[in-house]
Design a protein around this ligand. Structure first.
Ligand SMILES: Cc1ncc(COP(=O)(O)O)c(C=O)c1O
Length: 424
C-alpha cells in the first residue's frame, strides 16, 4: 500500500505552501503518471510513423477497455475518449442541432436542463439548440437543498410545465454532480422520470463523477454519459469519456473535428482527430496501477475523501456559525460550506474577489459561490444571512491543516471587520 511519504512525493510538484482545497476545478495528476505520459510522448517523437501505425490505436483501445469495465458499459464500442466534457457536450448537442436543421425535430421542440448546469454546457445549448429553433426549459433548483425530493419535485414540475402546451421534449441534460453549487443529483431517478414522461433522450453531464462517486451507466440508464478522467481520476489534462448507449441515434453521432475516420463510428472517429498529442488518453491503464496502490482502490479513495471532506465541512461550519449547503449524502468529495454573513458576499463579483484575495494574500485556493438572498430573507440583518459558500474539495494529497488554515484565515478576517466591499 502507498505510504504518506510516497503520496507526498507523487504530488511534490504542487506549489508548496498553497492550501489546495479545489481539486474540483482542474483535478490533479501524480508524478508517476506524468512520467508515464512522457514515455508515451517520447514513443511518438522517437519514431512517429511506427507509433501511428502500431501503437496509437491499440493503446487507445486498451484505455477504452479500462473505462468500459470501470463504468459497466456493455460494449467497448459504446465508449469514446474525447478531450473533455465540453467536447462531449458538443458531440451530443451537435446531433440535436442536426435533428432541428434536417426537420427531424420541429421548431419549438425543447431541451430541458438544470438551472445549475455548467456555464459552458449552457452556452453550448444556446449555440446548438436555441440557434436552430429549439426551446430551452430550465429547472429551477433549490439551494441550500435538504433532500433529493426537492430536486425531483422541481424537475417534475418544470417538465410538465414545459410539456403543457404540447411541446415535445427531445433531450434532457442532467448533471450528475453540479459544479457550483456542488450537489449530487439523483440522476437515476431523473432519467427514469424522463423515460416515463416521453423525453426522447437523456444526456448526463457527469464531468465530476468518475473517481468521485460510483458510476454504473447501465444502472443509470441514460443515452449519453460523459465524465472527465482528469478531474477525480488522476489523469493528466485532458481526457474524458463519452458513453453512448447503442441505438440508431448513437450510430450517427460524430466528432465535431472531422478526420479521415469520419463514418467509422464515434469511438474510432474520436481516436483520430488529426495529428496531436494523444498521451493523456493513453495513460489510463497506468492510472489504474496508481489507484491500486491505495487501500480499497478507487472505492476506498472515494469513501475516505467523502468522509474527510464532510468532517472538514462540519468543522468549518461550526467554527463560522454557518451550515452545509446540502446533507452529506448529497455531496461527494466536495462540500459546500456557508461563509459568515459579515463577509458581505453579495454578488458573483464579490465571490471572485474574495477567492482572489484568499489566493494572493493567504495562499488558499478555494472556489466561492454567491447565493443571492431569497425574498423572505431580505429584511434580515445581513450578518445573519449566509450569502456565500465555499466549495471545499478533498483529494488524497490534502492534509487536515489545509482546512484549519482556511478556518483560521476566515475567522481572522471576520475579527478584523473585513468585508468584500473593501476589495477592489
Ligand atoms: C458539470 C460540469 N460540466 C462540464 C464541465 C467542463 O469540463 P471541461 O472543462 O473539462 O470540459 C465542468 C467543469 O468543471 C463541470 O463542472
Amino acid at each position: 500500500m502507498i505510504t504518506d511519504v510516497e503520496i507526498l512525493n507523487e504530488f511534490a510538484h504542487h506549489e508548496p505552501g498553497v492550501a489546495r482545497i479545489n481539486n474540483g476545478s482542474f483535478g490533479s495528476c501524480p508524478a508517476s503518471i506524468i512520467a508515464a505520459q512522457k514515455q508515451w510522448q517520447l514513443l511518438f517523437l522517437r519514431q512517429p510513423d511506427e507509433f501511428y501505425f502500431n501503437h496509437l490505436q491499440p493503446g487507445l483501445l486498451s484505455s477504452r477497455r479500462v473505462v468500459q469495465a470501470l463504468i459497466n458499459a456493455s460494449d467497448v464500442d459504446e465508449v469514446s475518449l474525447v478531450d473533455n466534457a465540453t467536447t462531449a457536450a458538443a458531440i451530443v448537442l451537435q446531433k440535436v442541432s442536426w435533428a432541428f436543421s434536417e426537420g427531424v425535430y420541429s421548431r419549438g421542440d425543447a431541451v430541458i436542463m438544470l438551472h445549475y448546469a455548467y456555464s459552458a454546457v449552457k452556452k453550448s445549448i444556446q449555440a446548438y439548440v436555441s440557434r436552430t429553433g429549439g426551446h430551452v426549459i430550465e429547472v429551477p433548483l433549490p439551494f441550500p437543498v435538504s433532500s433529493n425530493h426537492e430536486i425531483i419535485d422541481e424537475f417534475r414540475k418544470a417538465l410538465s410545465l414545459g410539456k403543457s402546451d404540447g411541446r415535445r421534449v427531445r433531450l434532457a441534460v442532467i448533471d450528475h454532480i453540479t459544479s457550483m453549487p456542488s450537489v449530487v443529483i439523483p440522476v437515476k431517478e431523473l432519467t427514469k422520470i424522463c423515460r416515463e414522461e416521453g423525453v426522447d433522450q437523456v444526456f448526463v453531464d457527469a464531468a465530476h463523477a468518475i473517481g468521485n462517486v460510483d458510476v454504473d451507466v447501465q444502472d443509470i440508464g441514460a443515452d449519453f454519459y460523459t465524465s472527465n478522467l482528469h478531474k477525480w481520476y488522476f489523469c493528466p489534462p485532458s481526457v474524458a469519456f463519452l458513453h453512448c448507449r447503442k441505438s440508431p441515434v448513437s450510430d450517427d453521432m460524430h466528432h465535431p473535428v472531422v478526420s479521415s475516420e469520419y463514418g467509422k463510428g464515434l469511438a474510432l472517429e474520436s481516436a483520430w482527430i488529426g495529428a496531436r498529442d494523444y498521451s493523456s488518453q493513453l495513460v489510463v491503464p497506468q492510472v489504474i496501477d496508481f489507484i491500486k496502490r491505495f487501500e480499497g482502490g478507487i472505492e476506498g479513495i472515494q469513501r475516505r475523501n467523502h468522509e474527510k471532506v464532510v468532517e472538514m465541512g462540519k468543522m468549518l461550519a461550526e467554527s463560522w456559525g454557518t451550515c452545509l449547503g446540502s446533507p452529506p449524502e448529497m455531496s461527494s468529495s466536495m462540500v459546500m460550506v456557508g461563509l459568515p454573513g459579515c463577509l458581505r458576499i453579495f454578488s458573483d463579483e464579490d465571490a471572485l474577489k474574495l477567492r482572489r484575495h484568499l489566493r494572493h494574500n493567504h495562499r488558499i485556493e478555494v472556489p466561492i459561490y454567491c447565493k443571492a438572498p431569497r425574498d423572505v430573507e431580505l429584511g434580515r440583518e445581513w450578518s445573519n444571512l449566509v450569502t456565500g459558500y465555499a466549495r471545499i474539495s478533498r483529494q488524497v494529497y490534502n492534509v487536515t491543516d489545509d482546512y484549519y488554515r482556511f478556518r483560521d484565515v476566515i475567522n481572522r478576517l471576520v475579527d478584523d471587520g473585513f468585508h468584500c466591499g473593501m476589495l477592489s
